[in-house]
Design a protein around this ligand. Structure first.
Ligand code: MN3
Length: 205
């Protein structure tokens, strides 16, 4: 996704709308992917359309070079390119419960144990962080350039790209990610999302 250029297209969902049931319901996945995510793609294209000089920029370039963009388009590009990038990570970072990808293994497990004490304690810290997001944003387990694990919240559609962090796990905590099923119960959503989060096997950047 980071290497794509204008015009951007919506990446297909790699599983069915109902594949994440009962933890995330089919209606939420449908609206989140086909409406919300698609709107970021469409709005990014719309923001770029009047600026042919930006057509050769990759998504990564658009996110990292805001200061080179016309001021009138800068905010829309930041928000929508961030929304495209974050949602691509989010949907690719989820998988049905029955797939054997939801427990850390090998080197990443060792690093989690050294950093947090255990996988259970990582989950507790991550969930606390997710509950502390005020307004809209994401909670991310990131790998720093020094190969340390860090739990970070980002606001709205900000990303960690500029900090050179690799995103290992990302939870969308915008209300649209859970409100149809969980209403105001964000805690239940973040507790349940661990049934779906894909824990990567290789953590090197
Ligand atoms: Mn979202």
């Amino acid at each position: 996704m980071l290497h794509q250029k204008y015009p951007f297209s919506l990446p297909p969902l790699l599983y069915g709308f109902d594949a994440l049931e009962p933890y995330i319901d089919a209606e939420t996945v449908y609206y989140h992917h086909d409406k919300h995510f698609k709107a970021y793609v469409d709005n990014l294209n719309e923001a770029l359309a009047p600026h042919p000089a930006l057509y050769n920029q990759t998504l990564r370039g658009l996110l990292l070079n805001g200061q080179m963009q016309p001021e009138s388009a800068r905010r829309a590009i930041h928000n929508n390119a961030g929304g495209v990038y974050n949602h691509d990570l989010y949907f690719k970072g989820l998988a049905p419960k029955n797939e054997n990808v939801h427990e850390p293994k090998g080197e990443l497990l060792a690093l989690i144990n050294r950093t947090f004490g255990s996988f259970l304690m990582l989950k507790e810290r991550f969930n606390q962080s997710a509950l502390s997001v005020f307004g809209s944003g994401y909670t991310i387990l990131a790998l720093t350039p020094q190969s340390r694990l860090n739990i970070v919240n980002v606001k709205n559609q900000d990303t960690l790209l500029g900090r050179n962090y690799a995103t290992l796990i990302i939870a969308d905590v915008w209300e649209h990610a859970y409100y149809l099923k969980y209403k105001n119960r964000r805690k239940e959503y973040v507790d349940n999302i661990w049934n779906l989060l894909v824990i990567p096997e290789i953590y090197r950047v």
